[in-house]
Design a binder for this molecule. Structure first.
Ligand code: UD1
Ligand code: CA
Length: 416
């Protein structure tokens, strides 16, 4: 890969009004992580020298999230939404710094979360091959409002010389028939970038400064531009809730396939929902209809049985959870331990070999090694004001239907 220093700018100033939401669009979750979190992760995976995000005014929550996930990212506000070129220029200080050396700029969209890092590398490789501008394109069965890529000739090995990008609103009937579309993801050599961007005008149907005009302007200066093809599903943009659901389906299908390739059995993969950070060890079995919220780690050989729901939980080697179990934040199920049907655990630890098999609530509790908790046991952890802890030591036996009013300790080997 190139020696050029990389700058990434993420555009996220759009309001996302079609989401009809009080929440800014880029904060809507995909696989348990905000859309822009996915895009930041892609950018960070490329280890850029500079990372900038352009947001709209009044986007304090978005700013806070970016500060938390990418503390080195610089934030710029685009006060008025005047087009994609105008948005990129909102980060002018970063562009100037990037242009000072032999660099490259990658433009990503905050609402386009599924681009694979390998695809971004392929786009960057087009610059290595001599292009000054690289554009990621895709074949759309219904190109509707997308910008159309006008090529010099047919694609070869997924790439072609690009002459111009025409926005749908400004396209002739003939151009509108083109099905190869602009994803919006673009790469630029920084050498001529500022002069190109400053030359872009707003004389078009939308009255906006189009970043896409950089292509024809570059060509006019004798600079090469290349289109790189990728799958439509990688560049799906989220504009409405239906797009969000479509993106979720694509993300889940990918994650399930990756899990199976890594040695996890999914009996009915299409019914299992994973989170962006779910960790599943080898020979883990996931039965149908299991939902993983964020922060779950399942160690080798464990089995999560049907209809279980887990979040911020750890399941040890060879343990069994479910069917119909709920592991809430702070659940730690030790190696070989068993959590059976209609059991809820919250902030509770089961040591190795402990059994909680039926109809039980374990909250703010520590259960010792090989202890056996009978059906219908409840740790009464909350007195209406404060939470208290229950400790059940190694090998203790709790008989059915016990209500253990915390704080309470059941000693080693004791029988209730
Ligand atoms: C843009 C492209 C189009 C491409 C399509 C892919 C231009 C002129 N057109 O069109 O060729 O097919 O994306 O989805 O670039 N944004 C800002 N500030 C602005 C305008 C946009 O931050 O002033 C951000 C938006 O938040 C969004 C992205 O840029 O993340 C794209 O903007 P959008 O208005 O959706 O562009 P399109 O008209 O769809
Ligand atoms: Ca769009």
């Amino acid at each position: 890969m190139s020696e050029r220093s990389l700058t990434v700018i993420i555009l996220a100033a759009g309001e996302g009004s079609r989401m009809r939401s009080a929440l800014p669009k880029v904060l809507h979750p995909l696989a348990g992580r905000p859309l822009i979190g996915h895009v930041l992760a892609q950018a960070l995976a490329l280890a850029p020298e500079r990372l900038a995000v352009v947001v709209g005014p009044h986007m304090d929550e978005v700013r806070a999230l970016i500060a938390a996930e990418a503390p080195d990212a610089r934030l710029f506000t685009q006060a008025e939404r005047r087009g994609t070129a105008h948005a990129v220029l909102a980060a002018r200080p970063v562009l100037e710094a990037a242009a000072a050396g032999e660099g490259e700029l990658l433009v990503l969209y905050g609402d386009t979360p599924l681009v694979r890092v390998e695809t971004l590398q392929r786009l960057r490789a087009a610059l290595d091959d001599g292009a000054h501008v690289g554009v990621l394109g895709f074949e759309a069965p219904d190109p509707a409002g997308y910008g159309r890529l006008i090529l010099a000739g047919p694609m070869q090995d997924g790439q072609a010389t690009l002459l111009a990008i025409r926005e749908a609103r400004d396209a002739s009937e003939e151009e509108r028939a083109i099905r190869l579309c602009n994803s919006g993801v673009m790469a630029f050599r920084t050498a001529h970038l500022l002069s190109l961007l400053d030359a872009i005008g707003d004389e078009n149907a939308a009255g906006e400064f189009y970043l896409t005009d950089a292509v024809a302007l570059a060509r006019a200066q004798g600079l090469d531009c290349t289109a790189i093809a990728c799958a439509e599903e990688e560049v799906l943009g989220v504009n409405a809730r239906t797009d969000l659901a479509a993106a979720e389906a694509i993300w889940q299908a990918r994650a399930r396939r990756q899990a199976m390739e890594a040695g996890v059995t999914l009996t009915a993969p299409e019914t299992v929902f994973l989170s962006f950070d779910t960790e599943l060890g080898t020979d883990v079995t996931i039965e149908p209809h299991v939902v993983f919220g964020p922060g779950v780690r399942v160690k080798a050989g464990a089995c999560i049985r049907a209809f279980s729901h887990l979040e911020e939980a750890e399941v040890g080697e060879g343990a069994t959870v479910g069917p119909y179990a709920r592991l809430r934040p702070g659940s730690r199920v030790g190696p070989g331990a068993r959590v059976g049907n209609f059991v809820e655990i919250k902030n509770g630890t089961l040591a190795e070999g402990a059994k909680v098999n039926h109809l039980t609530y374990i909250g703010d509790a520590e259960i010792g090694r090989d202890a056996n908790i009978g059906a219908g046991t409840i740790t009464c952890n909350y007195d209406g004001v404060f939470k208290h802890k229950t400790v059940i030591e190694e090998g203790a036996f709790i008989g059915s239907n016990s209500a253990l009013v915390a704080p309470v300790t059941i000693g080693k080997g004791a029988y209730v």
